[in-house]
Design a protein around this ligand. Structure first.
Ligand code: PGA
Length: 257
């Protein structure tokens, strides 16, 4: 973390977990136990149907509500889809885009991800753009080439002005939901390399102020070491965000002086 230049953001990604009733109980517990110090921002990316309850309960708290997906068009014949404008209207502030599960299981291409980034920005949402290599790519030594490609494709046409609202999440696929967290050095190295790519694309100022999270089996036990890396500005947390006590512990860690 480097709080002098950029925000630390701790974000939960609930994936397809928790009903609206369960979300309410979680939000109440979280709200009642948040630290007073505000050294990190907190986001909860919940399933679509949990959004109204989460927004209502977390209103006037420092926790922002995020979504996990959106459609790139603003409206139209897209049965079952949700637009950026619909999310913004519910007071959603963030949206995860390009998560590896969506890329792998729902066929999201780099082009689709780029369109989604633009849709989010146009509606005033902050995209949390996920990038990351798989096991083979890491073993073949092409991690940074691959991530550089993902970043350039997803950010094509994004202006420097809009880039100020983009959050990047480095999520190595081999670390997601596996318990195989990247070592702090591995996470720090790739997050640092991502910042160098952003520097080339957008200049030093924007690169320095962009929040770059790490995600992939981050939990209350390893958060401190990961966040101690200069270029790791927070976490995108799946499994450990489902338990309010674990999530709170990570928040407390990010809040430390
Ligand atoms: P995990 O998920 O923390 O359960 O590994 C992270 C993510 O997929 O964003």
């Amino acid at each position: 973390m480097n709080r002098k230049y950029r925000k630390t953001i701790i974000a939960g990604n609930w994936k397809m977990h928790k009903t609206a009733t369960e979300a309410k109980a979680f939000a109440e517990r979280l709200k009642g136990a948040l630290p007073r110090a505000k050294r990190c921002s907190i986001v909860l990316c919940v399933p679509y149907v949990d959004i109204p309850a989460a927004v209502k309960l977390l209103k006037d708290s420092r926790v922002a509500v995020g979504a996990q997906n959106l459609h790139w068009e603003s409206s139209g014949p897209f049965t079952g889809e949700i637009s950026a404008g619909m999310l913004a209207d519910l007071d959603v502030k963030y949206v995860i885009i390009g998560h590896s599960e969506r890329r792998a299981l729902f066929g999201e291409t780099d082009h689709i991800i780029n369109q989604k980034v633009h849709a989010a920005l146009s509606a005033g949402l902050r995209p949390i753009l996920c990038v990351g290599e798989d096991q083979d790519q890491r073993e073949l030594g092409v991690t940074m080439e691959f991530i550089s490609y993902q970043l350039k494709a997803a950010l094509a046409g994004v202006t420097p002005e809009d880039m100020r609202r983009v959050v990047i999440a480095y999520e190595p696929i081999w670390a997601i939901g596996t318990g195989n967290t990247a070592t702090p050095e591995q996470a720090g190295e790739v997050c640092g390399a991502i910042r160098s790519i952003l520097r080339k694309l957008y200049g030093a100022r924007i690169a320095r102020s962009t929040t770059i999270q790490y995600g992939g089996s981050m939990n209350e036990a390893n958060a401190e070491a990961l966040l101690a890396q200069e270029d790791v500005d927070g976490g995108l947390i799946g499994g450990a965000s489902l338990d309010p006590d674990k999530f709170l512990q990570i928040i407390h860690t990010a809040n430390q002086d």
